[in-house]
Design a protein around this ligand. Structure first.
Ligand code: NDP
Length: 318
């Protein structure tokens, strides 16, 4: 069989992009050619560079992951940059996809862009029902505009441009920088330092009580490929573990400690803020459309991530 689809993955060098690459490298589909690009190959906030990239690879399908992403502090102090850069990236990718006849685009929203004041569980119908958390409103409104654009491209031009809404992602190739990382890679990096120094106290910021849904990047990769091949709706779809698999930060910290074989003390620094207590999202739509999907057990996913980090310490994003 010849190549029928050329799939361009923007943000292909990141956490999610690398997990998709690993998956398709193992599957070796003969009818699909996958191309993974990072910002070095094209700055997608620049229209000319975006056009040249599409001219070079001539994609028939796009998985659009590229985004300016950052931790809480960076977001809070740079809402304008997050808003403008992401609006430019998204508009350039969607408009160039339309102009070059791309058949399908799957873009990426996030559960953290949902209304700050809401009822739980959150579902796909609630994306625009109230302002996002003030700390990251620039990032959130830029992401929400992807959904608006998708609907407008469908209404005016009949395009199949859709989006997915992942919960918190973790896995190999994450950002393990102590200042800008998310909670799981941050804790892994921190405990690695504790173990290296031979210390016996692992300090977790906050009470450890807040609840979060975490998806393993390798599971998310399988879901992205499923969405690309089989999900034919413009409306977004939440890609999250089940509500019953929401875990506390303390549970995550304990599993990380187990993965390191750490037998010292876990300490909760309650002088630090906890953030929202929960942000539970419903994956009922996913479960209805893809009932047989099985998620990697959380402790297994944590162990694989810790092992990857230890083995790749010298090349990891620190
Ligand atoms: P990473 O930070 O790991 O990767 C970001 C990617 O975007 C990199 O490949 C980066 O390229 C690329 N990129 C950034 N700016 C530009 C630019 N101006 N032009 C071209 N490429 C650019 O992110 P993740 O893999 O974690 O996130 C992927 C998507 O998933 C994002 O859209 C994010 O918003 C979303 N998401 C992530 C969650 C998470 O918990 N991580 C949760 C929910 C959604 P390079 O590295 O080469 O500079």
């Amino acid at each position: 069989m010849g190549v029928e689809k050329v799939i361009l993955v923007t943000g292909g060098t990141g956490l999610v992009g690398q997990a998709i690459r690993e998956l398709v490298d193992s599957e070796k589909p003969t009818d699909e050619l996958w191309v993974f690009v990072g910002s070095k190959e094209a700055d997608l906030s620049n229209l000319e560079q975006t056009k040249s990239l599409f001219e070079k690879y001539k994609p028939t399908h796009v998985i659009h992951l590229a985004a300016m992403v950052g931790g809480l502090f960076h977001n809070m102090s740079h809402n304008l940059d997050f808003l403008r850069t992401n609006i430019h990236i998204n508009d350039n990718v969607l408009e160039t996809s339309y102009r070059t006849g791309v058949k399908k685009v799957v873009s990426c929203l996030s559960t953290c862009i949902f209304p700050d004041k809401t009822t739980y569980p959150i579902d796909e119908t609630m994306v625009h029902l109230g302002p996002p958390h003030p700390s990251n409103f620039g990032y959130s409104y830029a992401k929400r505009l992807i959904d608006i654009s998708n609907k407008a491209y469908f209404q005016q031009h009949g395009c199949l441009f859709t989006s997915v809404i992942p919960c918190n992602v973790f896995g190999p190739h994450d950002n393990f920088n102590l200042q800008s990382s998310h909670v799981i890679p941050g804790l892994i990096r921190k405990l690695h330092c504790v173990v290296e120094k031979g210390e016996d106290k692992f300090t977790v910021l906050g009470s450890g009580k807040p609840l979060r849904q975490f998806i393993y990047s390798r599971d998310l990769a399988r879901l992205f490929v499923w969405v690309l091949r089989y999900y034919e709706d413009v409306e977004p779809i939440i890609l999250s573990v089940d509500e019953k698999d929401e875990v506390s930060i303390s549970h995550a910290a304990e599993k990380i400690a187990e993965a390191f074989g750490f037998s010292g003390h876990l300490i909760y620094d309650t002088s630090m803020a906890d953030g929202q207590f929960k942000k539970t999202a419903s994956n009922a739509k996913l479960r209805q459309l893809n009932p047989d999907f099985s998620f990697t057990p959380f402790p297994v996913a944590i162990k694989e991530t810790v092992d990857w980090f230890k083995e790749n310490y010298n090349s990891a994003r620190l």
